[in-house]
Structures are given as structure tokens and as C-alpha cells.
Ligand binder design. Structure first.
Ligand SMILES: *Cc1c(COP(=O)(O)O)cnc(C)c1O
Length: 371
């Protein structure tokens, strides 16, 4: 058939931008009028609001999600010679953070249904070098935190949440960002809470850790021109903080709409060739990604794209098979679940402002796929 133009993009920011247009322009005008761009009242106000939203005592803004995770690991004193347990199926930034801290990633396979790290496989990966477990809340659903926290307590390990895909997600009523020793968030524009550029933050309820993270992200300085660490420059600027503060009050409604779209996918996608994601007990999913699996994934993708439906893959090559991680010497076949997800996962359109017609078009296109 002749391919149609994409009528349902994989993601669009337009509906959100139109709705919040006046608020975003007012935020920009306020910062410009104030003529103050780094470490000011916009940053402080957003940090307070986001800490409160997450149910954490402190929030420290930084440049992006990768930096948030690096700053946490460094502040926890994790470095060369240390090992950090991390799921084998995540975005590469989770693992790069461990490398940037100078530590070694140790991959643990996920539960296929939840796509999140399998707590039952963690203990076997712990050695005397293990210092922390990085729990990723992949695709917008929290990892199974209670058993992870229990294992960590038993072995004296820290628990770091990679909450970059999980703004607003809950686990047994607690929000992502309040579940471990500290959490890293990304406000990359495509995330559920996105800035109009790069931005990120750390949440934690540990005051000393929050202070160390803030210093590490500000040239290691606890007050001006006084440097107690060899820090880096990673701060949340006033402009992005003001945009984020304008968007935060809408996050719950935007997440609720994602769940409404997901509910239609769950109810109306009936193609037996397509495996739908699973919402785990006790979890409120925020569907950063609606990740289905299909044995003939590439054929399904082609079928959808030809019918005007945009798609994506998260992520087409597992980290242990990336050139950047050759040094680990992990061969193909060694992490079969991560490899299975990479080979079969397809992400369907999911964004605030998708119309009923667009959701219907996705469902019809998926249901008309024949293996
Ligand atoms: C986006 C993302 C990051 C990195 O965030 P940036 O702001 O792009 O640096 C880290 N971990 C996960 C799981 C992500 O999805």
C-alpha cells in the first residue's frame, strides 16, 4: 500500500504548549524582568514545589537527568573500585552515571511483565564491592521497591532511584522520588514533566546528602569562592525553573490523561500478536512510554508507520552490546531478557493532547496487523 503521512505522531508537545502558552510566556517575562538567571528565586520556588510534590524533604535542581544521577553517586561516595547494581534494560544514561562516578555497573535482568529490575535476581549479583542498587522506574512504572529496599538494608547498600521516566508515579501510595536514599529526575522536554530545554533534579530527604549534592553541582562550593569538593557545574537555571513551575500544577492532569489513553489501548487492542504492558499491583503507572512487545516487531512498526502512526523503540540495542560498553566483555546471549526486550519492544504514541480519533487510529492500525 501507499504509505500515508504520519497523522498520529509518536509524540507532540503542541497541545500542551497551546494550553499553557500564556503561563509559559509569563514565566519567561518574569525571569527577563527580574534579570537574574542562575540560582535565584525561581529555582528555589520550583525546588520547594517539586520536593513537596514528590513527598521528599529536599530537591536540588541540576543541568539534566544524567548529572542528577552522577551527583547522587558522587555524593554517596561511590567511585573507583565500587560496583553498582543496575537493570540490564534501561536508557544508557543510568549506566553512564555509574561510569562517570568511576564505579562499575553490574547488570541484573528485569521481570518481563513489569520491564523493571527483578528483585529476586539482585542478591546473586551482590559482592563485597557492591555499594548501591540503581532502581529504574522504567517507562513510567515504579520498580518493586519494597523487596529492593529490604535487600539493600540487609547488605548495607544505598538505593538510588532513576525516576527520569516516572514523574508522579506511585508505589503503594508513595511517589517516585521519595522511595530510596535519593532520586534523579530528568526534565528533558519529552519526559512527563519536561522543561523547554535540558534540566534535571535530585530529590532526597537526607539533608546532608542534599547539601553535598548542591555543592557538587556548583563547583564543589558550599559558599561563594569556598570549595570543599572538586565539583562540576550543573545547575537548574532560572528560565527552566520558571517553565517547570508553570507546568508542575498540570502534571497530575497530564498523567491522568495518559492513563485514559492507556485504558483505551488496554481495552481495545485485541491483536493476539501484540503483548500489552502490565500494570503491577500497588503501582500507579504514568505511561511515559506505552511499551508493547511483538515477535515480528519490525514488521509491526512498518505496518503502523505505513498507516500514519509514529512509533519508537526503547531501546533497540541493549547496553551490554553497545560499543561504549565493550570493555565489560558481556557477550550476546548473556542477558537474554534485556536482549528479548530490545528485539521485540515497540512504543506506541502517548502524549498529552492526543485526540480520541488519534487513539482510535493507533488501535485500528495495531489490530489490523497480521503476523
Ligand atoms: C532521560 C533519561 C535519563 C537522562 O536524562 P537526561 O536529562 O536526558 O540527561 C536517565 N535515565 C532514564 C531512564 C531516562 O529516561
Amino acid at each position: 500500500m501507499v504509505a500515508q503521512p504520519i497523522t498520529v505522531p509518536f509524540v507532540s508537545f503542541r497541545p500542551m504548549e497551546r494550553e499553557l502558552d500564556a503561563d509559559l510566556r509569563a514565566a519567561f517575562a518574569r525571569v527577563l524582568d527580574n534579570s537574574w538567571y542562575i540560582e535565584g528565586k525561581e529555582d528555589a520556588a520550583f525546588e520547594a514545589a517539586f520536593a513537596d510534590y514528590c513527598g521528599a524533604k529536599y530537591c536540588v535542581g541540576c543541568g539534566n537527568g544524567l548529572d542528577a544521577l552522577v551527583l547522587i553517586l558522587k555524593a554517596l561516595g561511590i567511585g573507583p573500585g565500587d560496583e553498582v547494581i543496575v537493570p540490564s534494560n534501561t536508557f544508557i544514561a543510568t549506566v553512564l552515571a555509574i561510569s562517570y562516578a568511576g564505579a562499575t555497573p553490574v547488570f541484573v535482568e528485569p521481570v518481563l511483565a513489569s520491564y523493571n529490575i527483578d528483585p529476586a535476581r539482585i542478591e546473586a549479583a551482590i559482592t563485597e564491592k557492591t555499594k548501591a542498587i540503581m532502581a529504574v522506574h522504567l517507562y513510567g512504572q515504579c520498580a518493586d521497591m519494597d523487596p529492593i529496599l529490604e535487600i539493600a538494608r540487609a547488605h548495607g547498600l544505598k538505593v538510588v532511584e532513576d525516576a527520569a521516566q516516572a514523574h508522579g508515579a506511585t508505589y503503594k501510595g508513595r511517589r517516585a522520588g521519595s522511595l530510596g536514599d535519593a532520586a534523579g529526575f530528568s526534565f528533558y522536554p519529552g519526559k512527563n514533566l519536561g522543561a523547554l530545554g535540558d534540566a534535571g533534579c535530585v530529590t532526597t530527604s537526607d539533608k546532608a546528602l542534599a547539601e553535598k549534592i548542591r555543592a557538587l553541582g556548583n563547583y564543589g562550593s558550599d559558599y561563594k569562592y569556598h570549595h570543599i569538593y572538586k565539583g562540576q557545574n550543573s545547575r537548574l537555571d532560572e528560565m527552566q525553573a520558571a517553565f517547570l513551575a508553570a507546568k508542575l500544577p498540570h502534571l497530575d492532569a497530564m498523567n491522568a490523561q495518559r492513563r485514559t489513553i492507556a485504558a483505551r489501548y488496554f481495552a481495545e487492542i485485541t491483536n493476539p500478536a501484540v503483548i500489552l504492558p502490565t500494570v503491577m499491583p500497588g503501582c500507579e503507572h504514568v505511561f511515559h512510554i506505552f511499551a508493547v512487545r511483538c515477535k515480528n516487531r519490525d514488521a509491526l512498526e512498518k505496518h503502523l508507520n505505513e498507516r500514519g502512526v509514529g512509533t519508537n523503540k526503547h531501546y533497540p540495542t541493549p547496553i551490554h552490546l553497545q560499543g561504549a560498553y565493550k570493555e565489560l566483555g558481556i557477550p550476546a546471549g548473556a542477558l537474554p531478557l534485556a536482549e528479548e526486550i530490545s528485539a521485540t519492544e515497540l512504543s506506541l504514541p502517548m502524549y498529552y493532547g492526543m485526540t480520541e480519533e488519534q487513539v482510535t487510529a493507533v488501535i485500528d492500525a495495531v489490530n489490523s496487523f497480521k503476523e
